[in-house]
Design a protein around this ligand. Structure first.
Ligand code: SF4
Length: 613
């Protein structure tokens, strides 16, 4: 059994001491999956790092215990802890791009893990490595063994990380957002693999995720964290059928789907409070829709409100008068944005070809067609969702449209923006067109320059593409932007590394909005976000669309998001569009076998009752 008892972790930050985890108690048994959920910045990943004793240099464990079969891991000398890490306790990190060794071949990294933690050696270990790559769904695993991480896509790197973690045959797996970067079919395959291993080897899984549909399909128990504390802990079925903490109820209501299509999602107002604050009462009080007068002054304790159903809320221990509060009605979605029948963006026979470094003596292919002739149109005020598995060409086609592949690949076809072919533009005309067409990248960690403060990140685009604005106008625009994406204004003076993934994505969205574009390529813009932030971002994108007639090319693998936001859907496979049509028609009655397979792999929230509460 893996037990965490009254664990508290503190970090040194510029703003002062941050209590990242405050008195956390959890138990994980062999053979069970415990899901740790909550908004970004609430302490989920820090919990995983603390129990692996991998805290960043500015962090320390203040108190508590982490026991593995009764042995306190916090007392172990480092050499014994090192043997446990990757052995009995394996971890899949959130960020595959930075977790793999960039100068070591993928196969060597796998063999290293196998030789360090199993009796297998040499050729047998190499055969096992090949077997693991195949099990996690890497295509042509023999060829991939010799690749370096940079030669793999984000999804493939994540699968290699998962293979390395599982290859050591651990007793417990700490999986921090293990499938966030993966498309639904690979996600389903990886989750099935983890479930199989759980059954075979009694693997205990601590699953850290913001995807509640994955949690409902995988987890036996759920622990919901908020601002460094557990606020609700229950059996998964009970949690989804009858969530008790106001935060849990709001989270479930914030999930996008087809039923909520014409309404704003129930986003939770505000953000997680900074953890350098000293809290007098309930940490959720400022955002709670059920807050009472005494909630601001009395800290609630985690207590059982039903057998094995702990809740940290005064509603159950000291009910009282509701706090008088301003009733903020959700802003109705403004009716009828500009929907023009003529296409704003007209993509015709787009092709992207990469040269392959094939040796001269080899008869292998000399190029690879990442996009092999796709055509679609996008009207102002409309959303076209591009869906498909990773590697199918959706992100490549998005990058080609915004002219990011000019020097890297051979791009052909036509991309007409208001009738003007972008591939024929140069100089000032191209700059003007770039203002009209922006992109929000998938990876909020890699897409922001770590050496620039947020104000500089946002101002850079304005200076390049809006030379008409003076310094005062730019400053006013920056304030408007951070307000729009739900960040505090002091964020402008901070560095990207000071923000959580969700907050960084909001900065990236603010950067795309800065120059007031007409078309935005949204490349998985919410895949790194938890559901409450996702709801805020989707509401924001919809509102901007209705009020300004923005058109979105929405690249995603989240079908719930597609159902909620898309007018049309195009399904891509191997660089081609295999099916395209109106969203409800295509998702309701797909014609192609591939579309049906893709939809079947989508995790769905099993207990709908919770959504109604
Ligand atoms: Fe809301 Fe009060 Fe419960 Fe906190 S203690 S969650 S403010 S009702």
């Amino acid at each position: 059994m893996l037990e965490i008892e009254q664990l508290s972790v503190e970090l040194d930050a510029e703003a002062g001491l941050v209590r990242a985890i405050d008195g956390l108690t959890l138990t994980l048994r062999r053979g069970e999956t415990l899901a740790l959920v909550g908004e970004s910045g609430c302490g989920k990943s820090m919990t995983a790092l603390a129990l692996m004793r991998l805290l960043p240099v500015n962090g320390r464990i203040l108190s508590g215990a982490v026991r593995l079969d009764g042995q306190d891991l916090l007392d172990l000398p480092e050499h014994r802890m090192r043997a446990l890490r990757g052995g009995r306790l394996a971890m899949i990190f959130q960020e595959p791009a930075t977790s793999l060794n960039p100068v070591m071949r993928v196969g060597d990294q796998l063999v290293e893990a196998i030789e360090a933690h199993t009796p297998l050696r040499g050729a047998v270990a190499r055969a096992k490595a090949l077997d693991w790559l195949a099990r996690v769904g890497i295509p042509s695993p023999e060829r991939r063994l010799g690749d370096y991480p940079f030669q793999l896509s984000g999804g493939q790197k994540q699968r290699v990380m998962i293979a390395i973690a599982l290859a050591a045959e651990p007793d417990y797996l700490i999986a921090d957002e293990p499938t966030t970067a993966l498309d639904v079919t690979i996600q389903a395959q990886i989750l099935d693999l983890i479930c199989d291993l759980q059954r075979e080897r009694q693997l205990g899984v601590l699953l850290i995720t913001h995807d509640l549909a994955v949690v409902s399909g995988m987890a036996h128990r759920v622990a919901l964290m908020y601002a460094g504390q557990i606020v609700e802990q229950a059996a998964a079925a009970q949690f989804f059928a009858a969530p008790r903490h106001p935060y849990a109820r709001l989270l479930l209501q914030a999930l996008p789907d087809a039923q909520r299509r014409d309404q704003p999602l129930a986003a939770i107002a505000g953000t997680v409070p900074p953890l350098w604050l000293r809290f007098e009462g309930c940490r959720f009080e400022a955002r709670c829709d059920r807050a009472m007068t005494h909630c601001a002054s009395q800290p609630p304790q985690l207590a059982d409100t039903a057998p094995d159903h702990g809740v940290r809320c005064l509603l159950y221990s000291q009910p009282g008068a509701a706090r008088p509060r301003e009733v903020v009605e959700p802003r109705p979605v403004p009716p009828g944005g500009r929907v023009d029948a003529s296409p704003l963006l007209d993509v015709r026979d787009l092709r992207v070809r990469y040269a392959l470094k094939t040796p001269w003596f080899s008869s292998g292919p000399r190029h690879f067609d990442a996009v092999a002739g796709v055509s679609y149109q996008l009207q102002a005020g409309r959303t076209l969702a591009l869906v498909g598995e990773s590697g199918c060409g959706k992100t490549t086609s998005g990058k080609a449209i915004v002219q990011l592949l000019r020097r890297q690949a051979q791009v052909s076809g036509q991309v007409l923006l208001d009738g003007q072919d972008l591939f024929r533009l140069h100089g000032p005309e191209l700059v003007r067109a770039r203002r009209e067409l922006q992109i929000i990248f998938q990876d909020p960690f890699a897409s922001l320059n770590p050496r620039m403060r947020v104000a500089e990140v946002l101002e850079e685009g304005l200076m390049a593409l809006r030379p008409d604005l003076d310094a005062a106008a730019r400053r006013a625009r920056l304030h408007e932007l951070v307000d729009q994406v739900g960040l505090r204004r002091d964020a402008l003076q901070r560095w990207p590394h000071e923000f959580s993934g969700g907050q960084r994505q909001r900065i990236a969205i603010a950067r795309a909005l800065a120059v007031e574009p007409r078309v935005i390529v949204c490349d998985e813009p919410t895949s790194a976000l938890d559901v409450s932030v996702q709801a805020q971002i989707l509401n924001l994108l919809r509102e901007l669309q209705r009020s300004r007639g923005l058109a979105y090319l929405f690249i995603t693998h989240n079908i719930g998001v597609v159902e909620y936001i898309a007018d049309e859907v195009a399904v891509m496979q191997s660089g081609r569009i295999v099916e395209q049509g109106a969203c409800d028609m295509l998702l309701g009655a797909p014609r192609e076998a591939y579309t049906r397979e893709l939809l079947a792999a989508v995790p769905r929230l099993r207990a709908a009752a919770g959504l109604m509460m």
